[in-house]
Design a protein. Sequence first.
Length: 283
Amino acid sequence: MTLKETIMEKEKTNDWLLRFIKGMFIGSGFILPGVSGGALAAIFGIYERIISFLAHITKNFKQNVLYFLPVGLGGLTGVFLLSFGVSYLLGNFETIILWFFIGCIVGTVPSLWREAGKKGRTSTDTSVMIVTFILGFAFLLFGSQIFQGNVAQNFFTWLIAGGLIGLGMIVPGLSPSNFLVYMGMYKAMSDGIKNLDLSVLIPLAIGAIICVLALSKVMDYIFSIAYAKLFHFILGIVFASTVMIIPLNYTGFTVVSYLACIVMLVLGILLGKWMSSLEEKYK
């Protein structure tokens, strides 16, 4: 092998590893509330290529598959590794960790607000957001009274969870995990991923794939004709779901526990703002 061929091979290897690492970070957006896999894909400069591939999947199929293979493998690795920590923390410090998740979401709000208005904002757009928040909150509150934050976990509901995860891929800024927290399925999902439970993994994967393939062209079209209204609709849903995951159980809490909640809220806000700043920088 010549020196030139050796250098080219090394560059290919480095590029493959870089895409794998990017995939690990993007994967974290599918399991951390307040963090969007789609936004992270935008940060790392591959979101548009992903949407283009999904919207025109037969075009340059082999080339795109080879390109996204390390991204996908990295995403799966990131989700799997992160599920261990999330499962443990939610099992032992649920209220405190939920405040961290809320902080992550709050920290991204200024960026989401700017993103929603980047093509202009009218009073109608703002009204769409407010009405969506009110209706979304009422719907989620009604649902919480029925399900008590514990949606039945079966093949169908895991399909829905997978669909939400897929939606987080094609809508930058939308974090699906806070919906799963509200549904009471978040920790079960983390446990299922950690334990490689196929009864969880298979419907999650099917739901995500169906959502992404079915909605990528639809979302691309709707964004092209009604960007502001759709994004403000999404904002209303995000706000409503965030309010619904605010923890209300503080049984046995000490002063230190309450301080921990405040600290984790602040850390979450800082993390959300940092991730948003990266998205703005590299978009």
